[in-house]
Ligand binder design. Sequence first.
Ligand code: ATP
Ligand code: MG
Length: 455
Amino acid sequence: MGAPPTTPDPSLTASTPVIPRVVPRQDHGISRANISEHALKVLYRLKQAGYQAYLVGGGVRDLLLGREPKDFDVATDAKPEDVRTVFRNCRLIGRRFRLAHVHFGREIVEVATFRGGNADDDSEGERQIENGMIVRDNLYGTREEDALRRDFTVNALYYNIADFSVIDYAGGIEDLAAGRLRLIGNDPERRLREDPVRMLRAVRFAAKLGFSIDPACEGPLLALGHLLRDVPAARLFEEVLKLFHGGTGLLAFEKLRHYGLFAHLFPATEDCLAREDQSFPITFVSRGLENTDRRVQEDQPVAPFFLFALLLWEPVRQRYEELLAADLAPVEAMATAAAEISASQQSQVTIPKRFSMPMREVWELQPRLEQRRGKSAHRLLTHPRFRAAYDFLLLRAQSGEADPELADWWTRFQEADGQDRARVVEGATKRRRRRGRRRKAGPGEARAEEPADAG
Ligand code: ATP
Ligand code: MG
């Protein structure tokens, strides 16, 4: 395992040039009206400066599908340093993969220099390969080489600003029409080993575009999930956000589990899901992701801390139960469970502190929401994470894990004001007394649902 493939992929090292298919302007549906004015500005300025300039990647793919692109990527024969001399508003980024970012207010147009050379060629130290994985790729080449080094055929189409044609070296137009995600070249396993993140990209595009994954890619996809462990955890954080915040997160989740990839991103969660004897953990994650998808589709903001709170809740909850059984007080048990699961997750997928802190707060508020006494309830309302914690409680209740009556109570408590609020609290106190009496009569009930006082 992890051994580099030894036979070169002939399709990527062919010495005879590939003749591309060129679709002229009148034979494809891309109109400049649908390209951002900033991307057009970049393309035209590069062209005026004497360079080749193309729109590539998701922009071309989505425009050909009649979808609105998320962003626009540009490919050129200009070196990053040359790009910088053309644009004042330009920053060079990335060591692993050097790129120019041209800034226009909040919009960034990413400009990449053609990559190329033989896939095994790291002679100039500009391409670095470790165990078959490309860890650095700054070896420049021709447009053709650049096309063949991309991931999927549908991502390797070039829209030429010089004559508005679309150039296809890898059969991407055909695959686009067939709704098929196919890795470029004859050796899909090799391409996934070169960059295991391509496995996540396969799932993401399949979910987002509703495409099928080429059968030749499915085998290696099912077998190579463990390679994700070699990918820097910070890069995986970005990919996880793209997977789950792209509007089709639920489908992505199901596909990740189908291909055995989820286990390598969230091992603690996968352990719980795999040995579940009740259905609520799956229901909980599914409902949460469904809500997230709805929010994305309605252009409402989505928060990474909430996403990670959702994805890691089941292991946190199970650890919490264990600690309660070991006689820890609820608030302490939750703080401990939250700290443990959050720490163990970091080795897989980094969660930056600005997200892991509020994520833990959402968890830590769960036992506190079980307290419905007037003073602490009022205090919780002003907690900066109250709203998120309440939404979280609703999800738990909807998936059958938390008491729906508790969630209802908080809904009523928030909606009420002044005197009414006092009455809601009063109602809770009475109910608690009645239950308390009942509980004493039923020794079979293992644990009081009311946590010990947390102040
Ligand atoms: P999105 O809609 O998410 O922006 P995209 O296809 O444009 O999708 P980007 O991450 O913006 O994805 O990358 C732009 C292009 O760069 C891709 O379409 C692909 O051609 C190439 N590319 C990106 N990541 C990889 C990779 N890991 N391996 C090979 N090529 C890649
Ligand atoms: Mg893109």
